[in-house]
Design a protein around this ligand. Structure first.
Ligand code: NAP
Length: 285
C-alpha cells in the first residue's frame, strides 16, 4: 500500500490532497496542530487517515511523529512526503516586524528542512534500502519565482524553498529520492481570505493609500482563484508520474502571471507594478 506524510492538512491544499489520496487507497499521515482538527479529520476520512500532531517548528514533536509513522509502516518504506504547511502574511517590508519575517523563514523554509530530515530515512535515505526510494513534494508558489510587492517575506521564503529543493534533489541523487516543486498561483483557500485583515495594520503608513484598494479587491481575486482540486491534480501527477518534472508551475494567469513577469526586464516589470498599484507618479527610477 502506498503511504504518504502531508504536513498542514487542517484546511486548504493539504486537506484536499489528503482526502483525495485516502479516496484513492493511499495510507495518509496528515499533520495538524490542534487535537480538535485531528479528531475531525480522523472521523471524516476514516481508517486510511492517521493524524500526526506537530508544528513544523517543533523538532521534538516531529521526531515523535516519525516514530509513530515508522511503527505504523512496520518495516515498509514511506512512498512520499508532501511539505505543504506554510504561512503567507502580506506586509510592506519597511514596516514588517522582524519576528513576523523570521516566522515565514522558520515555517516555510526551516520547517520544510526539519520535516524532510526527519522523514528521509523512511523515504529510503539509508544504505541498502530494500524498497523503492520515496519522493518529496514541496509546495512552493508562483512567489517562489516572482516577487510581488507586499509579499516580500513570503516570496523570500518560497525563493529559498526553491533553492533548498534544487540542492536537496541533487544531494538525494545518492539515494534515488526525488524532490519536486509545485508552484501554484492564487488558490482558493483560507490563506488568502486573511489578506484584508493582515494589511489593516499598515493603513496608517504611507502605504495605506496603496494597500486600501488592494485589500478591497481581495474578494474579486478570491473569486478568480484556482480551485484547490487543480493543485491536488498536480500533486497526483508529481506522485504518480514515472518521470516527473522537477517543478510544476500552476499560475492563475499563464501570460500576465507567469510568462510576462519572468521575461520582462526588471525595470519594465517594476513600471507595470507601479501602474497597477497607481504609484506611477511617484515612481522615479
Ligand atoms: N492559497 C494560495 O493561494 C497558495 C498559492 C501558492 C502556494 N500556496 C502554498 O500552499 C500551502 C498550503 O497553503 P493553503 O493555501 O492550503 O493555506 P491554509 O489553508 O492556510 O493551510 C495552511 C496549513 O499549514 C498549516 N500550518 C501553518 N503553520 C504551521 C506550522 N508552524 N506548523 C505546522 N503546520 C502549520 C496550517 O495549520 P493550522 O490550521 O494549524 O494553522 C494549515 O493546515 C502553503 O505552503 C502555501 O504557501 C498557497
Amino acid at each position: 500500500m502506498k503511504s504518504i506524510v502531508i504536513t498542514g492538512v487542517s484546511t486548504g491544499i493539504g486537506y484536499d490532497a489528503a482526502k483525495v489520496l485516502v479516496g484513492r487507497g493511499w495510507r495518509v499521515f496528515g499533520s495538524v496542530r490542534q487535537q480538535a482538527d485531528a479528531n475531525r479529520l480522523q472521523q471524516e476520512m476514516g481508517v486510511g487517515f492517521t493524524p500526526l500532531l506537530f508544528d513544523v517548528t517543533d523538532e521534538m514533536a516531529i521526531r515523535t511523529a516519525v516514530t509513530h509513522v515508522q511503527a505504523a509502516l512496520a518495516g515498509a518504506g514511506l512512498t512520499a512526503l508532501v511539505n505543504n504547511a506554510g504561512i503567507a502574511e502580506p506586509a510592506p517590508l519597511m514596516h514588517m516586524a522582524l519576528a513576523d519575517f523570521r516566522r515565514h523563514l522558520e515555517i516555510n523554509v526551516t520547517g520544510v528542512l526539519a520535516v524532510s530530515q526527519a522523514f528521509l530515512p523512511l523515504l529510503g535515505a539509508q544504505k541498502d534500502w530494500p524498497h523503492v526510494p520515496g519522493r518529496i513534494i514541496n509546495i512552493s508558489s508562483v512567489s517562489g519565482r516572482i516577487a510581488y510587492p507586499f509579499m516580500g517575506a513570503y516570496a523570500a521564503s518560497k525563493h529559498a524553498l526553491e533553492a533548498l529543493s534544487d540542492a536537496l534533489r541533487r544531494e538525494l541523487l545518492l539515494y534515488g529520492i526525488d524532490v519536486i516543486l509545485i508552484e501554484p498561483g492564487t488558490v482558493k483557500t483560507p490563506i488568502i481570505g486573511k489578506f484584508a485583515e493582515q494589511v489593516g495594520r499598515y493603513m496608517q503608513t504611507d502605504y495605506g493609500a496603496v494597500l486600501e484598494p488592494l485589500a478591497a479587491t481581495v474578494e474579486k481575486r478570491e473569486r478568480s482563484a484556482l480551485p484547490v482540486a487543480q493543485v491536488t491534480a498536480v500533486i497526483l501527477k508529481a506522485l504518480e508520474s514515472e518521470r516527473p518534472q522537477t517543478r510544476y508551475p500552476l499560475p492563475r494567469k499563464k501570460f500576465t502571471g507567469w510568462l510576462l513577469p519572468r521575461l520582462l526586464p526588471d525595470r519594465w516589470f517594476d513600471r507595470l507594478v507601479a501602474q497597477q498599484l497607481k504609484i506611477g507618479k511617484r515612481y522615479k527610477p
